[in-house]
Design a protein around this ligand. Structure first.
Ligand code: NAD
Length: 474
């Protein structure tokens, strides 16, 4: 089927395109122009999608693993074949610049191919002539997947690939802010997957709530904010759905005094501002040892001045706008709070009136530990630099948050850095590097940053139940 990526966005229900009676607008965040109409699924359409996934489940789960793996690898091929269209559309709807779009779409291809190689081993507890006791993994059933607006394609693939390899069927609901690429993904996969294996529905938060409360949905895999994660956990309790929640973070980066300041400044800049800091694992609190604080702050500011913020579709742009007005207004409010409370801005801080949801790269000089820019997850390019001189103190400050997603430690003294890393309450702690993800490495949050794991065998296992088979042949 010939698919035009830049018009006619339809949902995918039971292997066929589905329009809706009502639509809502998709905006380009760099220009604030309406770029498309997004179908707004009715409750009946959600019911149809769930019924379709339920019908498709017996045949899909019974298919040999190798066939499911091959089809998931083919999803990667299909994305690769339309990579240029995906990247352009991703920039148009999300705002990210070309390099970021390449990372996300290229990553999606790799994830499909690599997850397609995974399988869960069976555990044999006993095998004698007359008796076997084995624990194997069986799929859960119909999975509801809900994704956010910062990495709409990659984070959907993190769910689709393992869920389908494990033998589940799915209803995928993208964020209403970034539904376009996901809708096109559903459309192109109609040629690859049997009807009902992957349904894609778009709509607002109500649609998400219908999905998480649906009695025929047996698992929810959610990526988004901690506030929504709490609601989902409550709503999933009706039929004791399995849940995987990948939620917010307020990641600390701890910088010891022995680092090469210039080199580390550049790495820390990207650690904090990649994807315009709309990144769950962005370094959001930068703890710098007082001996190098002034030098590192100066290097960060000077590097930041070389980075171009603008329309992601224009050549030479490094960082795009904030993805949506809601987040844009939230960031403006955070900036005004910082100003009211006397924070000192080393860079940025003033939002222009030009069209587009642009927030300048903003670096704040040692605000108080209880200020909103430190305590809250900004999810935008506002970075507090914080001074420390005592390791025990900085570890306590780093851990003094409801979040526990990730962290990083920077030092030439690997032993010292490792000792600190081991004491950070977070699901991933990087030492002297950051944001290196792999389909074969477990990722998940501690504390209120989430429940469960994505990626690796651990992530695959989350789409299964254990089944113990005891067979007596005596
Ligand atoms: P959000 O929680 O507002 O929305 C996420 C998704 O949930 C959207 O699809 C939304 O429509 C849906 N939703 C909203 N209310 C719902 C409800 N009551 N029931 C069911 N679904 C509902 O999050 P966001 O603003 O899109 O994303 C930003 C957040 O996501 C940040 O906090 C960020 O840290 C987090 N995030 C976490 C990870 C991770 O892997 N841990 C990755 C990316 C983003």
């Amino acid at each position: 089927m010939k698919i035009d990526f830049f018009q006619d966005y339809t949902m995918t229900i039971d292997g066929a395109p589905a329009k809706s009676n009502t639509t809502f607008d998709a905006f380009n965040p760099a220009t604030e122009e309406v770029i498309a109409k997004i179908p707004d699924a009715s409750r009946a359409q959600l019911e149809a999608a769930v019924a379709s996934a339920k019908r498709a489940f017996p045949a899909w789960s019974a298919r040999p693993l190798a066939e499911r793996q091959a089809l998931v690898a083919k999803i990667g091929d299909a994305i690769e074949a339309r990579a240029e269209d995906f990247m352009r559309l991703l920039t148009m709807e999300q705002g990210k610049a070309r390099k970021g779009a390449e990372w996300e779409i290229g990553g999606s291809v790799i994830w499909c191919r690599e997850i397609a190689k995974q399988e869960l081993p069976m555990h044999v507890a006993e095998r004698t002539e007359t008796r076997t006791v084995e624990t194997r993994r069986v799929p859960v059933g119909v999975v509801g997947a809900i994704t956010p607006w910062n990495f709409p394609v990659l984070l959907a693939i993190w769910k689709i690939a393992p869920a389908l390899v494990a033998g589940n069927t799915m209803i995928l609901k993208p964020s209403p802010y970034t539904a376009l690429c996901t809708l096109k993904l559903g459309e192109i996969l109609c040629d690859i997957l049997p009807p009902g294996v992957l349904n894609v529905v778009s709509g607002g938060n109500d649609l998400g709530a219908w999905l998480t409360g649906h009695p025929d949905v047996r698992k929810i895999s959610f990526t988004g904010s901690t506030a929504t994660g709490r609601k989902i956990m409550a709503s999933a309790s009706g039929n004791l759905k399995r849940i995987t929640l990948e939620l917010g973070g307020n990641d600390p980066a701890i910088v010891l005094p022995d680092v090469d300041v210039k080199e580390t400044a550049e790495k820390l800049f990207w650690a904090a501002f990649q994807n315009s800091a709309q990144f769950c694992v962005a370094a959001k609190r930068l703890y710098i040892h007082e001996d190098i604080y002034d030098d590192l702050a100066a290097e960060l500011v000077s590097y930041a001045r070389t980075v171009k913020v603008g329309d992601g579709l224009k050549q030479g742009t490094d960082l795009g706008p904030i993805q949506n007005r809601m987040q844009f207004e939230k960031l403006k409010d955070l900036l005004s709070d910082a100003k009211t409370n006397g924070c000192r801005f080393l860079l940025g801080g003033t939002v222009s009136d030009e069209p587009g949801f642009f927030v300048p790269i903003t670096i704040i000089d040692n605000p108080s530990e209880d200020s909103r820019v430190v305590v809250e997850e900004a999810f935008g390019p506002i970075l507090p630099l914080l001074k420390f001189n005592d390791l025990e103190d900085v570890i306590a400050r780093a851990n003094d948050t409801e979040y526990g997603l990730a962290a990083s430690v920077w030092s030439k003294d690997i032993k010292a850095a490792r000792r600190i890393a081991e004491r950070i309450e977070a699901g991933t702690v990087w030492v002297n590097e950051i944001h290196t993800f792999s389909p074969h490495v477990a990722f998940g949050g501690h504390k209120q940053s989430g429940i469960g794991i994505e990626n690796a065998i651990n992530g695959l296992a989350e789409y299964t139940n254990s089944q113990t088979l005891v067979v007596n042949s005596a």
